[in-house]
Design a protein around this ligand. Structure first.
Ligand code: AMP
Ligand code: FE
Ligand code: FE
Ligand code: ZN
Length: 280
C-alpha cells in the first residue's frame, strides 16, 4: 500500500516526522511520502524512522503556488532540496506566512473573534511552515471551536473575508524549478470543490509547462472529479496518484484511505533525475 501525500508538524500536521512514519507502518503502508508544505525540513527525521521501521520513504513537499490568481497545491517528489532558486523562493514563501497569519488574526480581532496573536504564534512556531491550521488550533485551544474544521468553515476558508494571501510562486514557475531540481511535479487535488477547482484547460496548460502527474484519488474529489482527473491523466500522459493527505489529528483523513498504484510510483522514480532516491 502506497500513500504519497502526508503532513507532519513541520508544517500543519500534528505528528512529528518520526511519529508520522511510525503511524504509516502501523497502518500497513509499504511506502509513505512526507510532503510538508513548502519545506523539506522533516526529511532527515522521517528517513531515520523509515530505515528503523523498514518502510519505504518518498521524500517530497507540497508547494503553495498560484495559477491565474488561484491557489494550486503542487506536490514535488524526489527533488534536490538544495536547488538554489527553488530553495530561496520556498524560503520566501515560508517567511511570508507568519506576517500573513498575523494580518488575518488582526482582522479577526477587529471583528470580535476571541483570539490573540500570541496564542497563534506559540503554536505556529513549533514547526517550520506556519498556516491557517495554526490559527484554527489556537481557537480550539481557547475552546472557541471544537475542531480545526469548524474554524475553517466559520473564518478561515479560501473565500472568507479574513483570508489573506501569502507570497507564492507561479505554478508554471514552480513546475519548471521542481524539474530543474530533478524532481517530479504532481498537481494535488486539482478538482477539490471547496478550494476552488481548476478547469481541465488549466491542467492542460500545466502539462504544457512540464507537469508530470495528477492526484486522482483524494478525499476531496467526488466520483466526477476522479473520473475527470483519470481521463486527463490518460489524455496528457500524466502519472495518476492517490493519497490520504493525512494531517494527524488535524483532519479526518486516515493514512492509506486512498493509495497509489505501484506502476505510478515506478513512473515517478523513473522520471526523477536528482540524487534523491526512494529510501528502502
Ligand atoms: P494555508 O497553507 O495557510 O493557506 O492553509 C491551508 C491548509 O489548511 C491546507 O493545507 C489544509 O491542511 C488546511 N485546511 C483547509 N481546509 C481545512 C479544513 N476544513 N479543516 C482542517 N484543515 C483544513
Ligand atoms: Fe495542510
Ligand atoms: Fe493540499
Ligand atoms: Zn496536503
Amino acid at each position: 500500500m502506497i500513500d504519497l501525500h502526508t503532513h507532519s508538524l513541520v508544517s500543519d500536521g500534528t505528528d512529528t516526522p518520526a511519529e508520522l512514519v511510525a503511524a504509516a507502518a502501523r497502518a500497513g503502508l509499504t511506502t509513505v511520502a512526507i510532503t510538508d508544505h513548502d519545506t523539506a525540513d522533516g526529511w532527515a527525521e522521517a528517513a531515520q524512522a523509515a530505515q528503523e521501521l523498514g518502510i519505504a520513504l518518498v521524500r517530497g513537499a507540497e508547494l503553495s503556488t498560484l495559477h491565474d490568481g488561484r491557489s494550486v497545491h503542487l506536490l514535488a517528489y524526489l527533488h534536490d532540496p538544495e536547488h538554489e532558486e527553488l530553495q530561496s523562493l520556498l524560503a520566501r514563501v515560508v517567511d511570508d506566512r507568519l506576517p500573513r497569519l498575523r494580518t488575518m488574526v488582526e482582522l479577526m480581532i477587529e471583528d470580535g473573534v476571541d483570539i490573540t496573536w500570541e496564542s497563534v504564534a506559540e503554536i505556529a512556531e513549533v514547526g517550520t511552515t506556519p498556516g491557517r491550521p495554526h490559527i484554527a488550533d489556537a481557537l480550539v485551544a481557547r475552546g472557541v471551536v471544537g475542531h480545526r474544521n469548524e474554524a475553517f468553515e466559520r473564518w478561515l476558508h479560501n473565500g472568507s473575508r479574513y483570508y489573506v494571501k501569502h507570497f507564492s510562486l507561479e505554478t508554471g514557475q514552480a513546475i519548471r524549478l521542481v524539474r530543474e531540481a530533478g524532481g517530479v511535479p504532481v498537481v494535488a487535488h486539482p478538482f477539490a470543490t471547496k478550494r476552488g477547482p481548476l478547469t481541465a484547460d488549466a491542467v492542460r496548460d500545466l502539462a504544457d509547462a512540464g507537469l508530470l502527474g495528477i492526484e486522482v484519488d483524494h478525499r476531496d474529489h467526488d466520483d466526477d472529479a476522479r473520473a475527470l482527473a483519470a481521463s486527463l491523466a490518460t489524455e496528457l500522459d500524466l502519472i495518476p496518484t492517490g493519497s490520504s493527505d493525512y494531517h494527524g489529528t488535524g483532519k479526518l483523513n486516515l493514512l492509506g484511505e486512498n493509495t497509489t498504484a505501484p506502476e505510478s510510483l515506478a513512473r515517478i522514480e523513473a522520471a526523477a533525475t536528482s540524487k534523491i532516491t526512494v529510501l528502502r
